[in-house]
Design a binder for this molecule. Structure first.
Ligand SMILES: [Zn+2]
Length: 367
């Protein structure tokens, strides 16, 4: 049987509420338990995942000064959404070569595996790489090798979701989609769209999505983060997506929530990211658990983890703590992520078996 292999110390968690307030199952929801809990992540931007320690190394290598962008305690400095974009863009400048892409990919997944990640998908943007002279094929080759290396070291399985950038317009998006069509790669299993949700309309990108869907890729798109619930409805209607990036603001319109539920669309929710950008004042007020209990396909991800003082382990821990979750309720987030994953059926089956085994072990331990 699968055994927990992750180091207990990998997660810095303080359980503010005393254990007696928790159910018997949730009593095990302490640091060790949550670190060892298998996790899956569907929404993480590769260039937004670079830890400050690695960013400093890359900055030194390329002679870029980012000393004003991070603190001594290893977090990035930014204020407001505009400040976040500036900081993100400048930090992204330290990722220049194919080797850098390999390094950031391997580094992220080895660290995430230490927090319990068993499966992850990375949003990889060829438009950003092209600015640095890294071609689509070179980018995918590097990220694939980084994921392969992390899997060899830790067992974590990862796949690539190629993303276009909404505010660069439909033509660029179609160009990105054509890359996926012309250069199929076993590790590239999804297509998505990030960038400014308020630029244009989802319908403008329908052609790009048709190309990527025709190439056999799973489809997701950012909506309902900074734009309102109508952006979620339009993305669902026009882009044939099975997942929505964030979608958290769907809750502002019960009809949109009902549509997500009826169509079985998975929500890639990122609580710390939403808090940092001011959408909700606290994890307790974030709807991630409310959505899950309403039988929506709610999942947990980190988005751009170091910018939000997050990692996948702390994200699960914060949600567990704020909502006093029972162990199997927490594990259900992992199950829903794997069910919605853009990966091969046999991989999905094996991951689901692993999650089921953990659920049985957790229940047995609580008796
Ligand atoms: Zn995102």
């Amino acid at each position: 049987m699968w055994r927990v292999r992750w180091p207990v110390c990998a997660l810095k968690l303080t359980v503010a509420n005393p254990p007696q307030r928790m159910s018997p199952l949730a009593m095990s929801a302490d640091t060790a338990f949550i670190t060892g809990l298998p996790k899956a992540e569907l929404h993480m931007h590769l260039e937004g995942s670079v830890a400050p320690a690695l960013a400093r190394k890359l900055a030194a290598k390329h002679g870029v000064d980012i000393s004003d962008l991070h603190t001594g305690d290893d977090t990035y400095i930014w204020e407001g959404f505009a400040g976040f974009i500036v900081s993100y863009d400048r930090i992204s400048q330290v990722v220049v070569t194919q080797e850098d892409y390999f390094d950031i990919t391997r580094d992220y997944y080895v660290r995430a595996a230490g927090e319990g990640l068993i499966y992850g998908e990375a949003f990889v943007s060829p438009s950003h790489a092209a600015r640095k002279g890294v071609s689509y094929e070179a980018l995918i080759e590097a990220v694939d090798a980084g994921m392969e290396a992390a899997e060899r070291e830790t067992g974590v399985i990862a796949r690539i979701v190629v993303t276009c950038v909404r505010h660069l317009g439909p033509e660029r998006a179609e160009r990105v989609a054509r890359h996926t069509e012309r250069h199929p790669h076993r590790r590239v299993t999804g297509f998505g769209m990030g960038g400014d949700e308020n630029f244009g309309r989802p319908a403008d990108f329908a052609r790009a999505y048709a190309i990527a869907g025709g190439a056999g890729l799973g489809l997701t798109a950012h909506a309902g983060e900074l734009a309102g619930p109508e952006s979620v409805r339009a993305a669902i209607r026009d882009l044939s997506i099975s997942r929505v990036g964030h979608g958290v603001r769907a809750g502002e319109d019960p009809d949109v929530l009902a549509e997500l539920k009826d169509r079985g669309i998975t929500m890639e929710l990122c609580p710390s990211s939403n808090l940092a950008l001011g959408l909700f004042p606290s994890v307790a007020s974030h709807p991630v658990v409310r959505y899950a209990r309403a039988e929506l396909k709610a999942t947990i991800s980190t988005d751009d983890p170091p910018y939000f003082r997050a990692n996948i382990g702390s994200e699960y821990a914060k949600v567990a703590e704020a909502h006093q979750l029972e162990a199997n309720e927490l594990l259900a987030f992992t199950r829903r992520s794997v069910e919605a994953a853009f990966c091969e059926e046999e991989v999905k089956r094996a991951l689901l078996e692993r999650i089921a085994a953990q659920a049985v072990a957790t229940s047995a331990a609580s008796r």
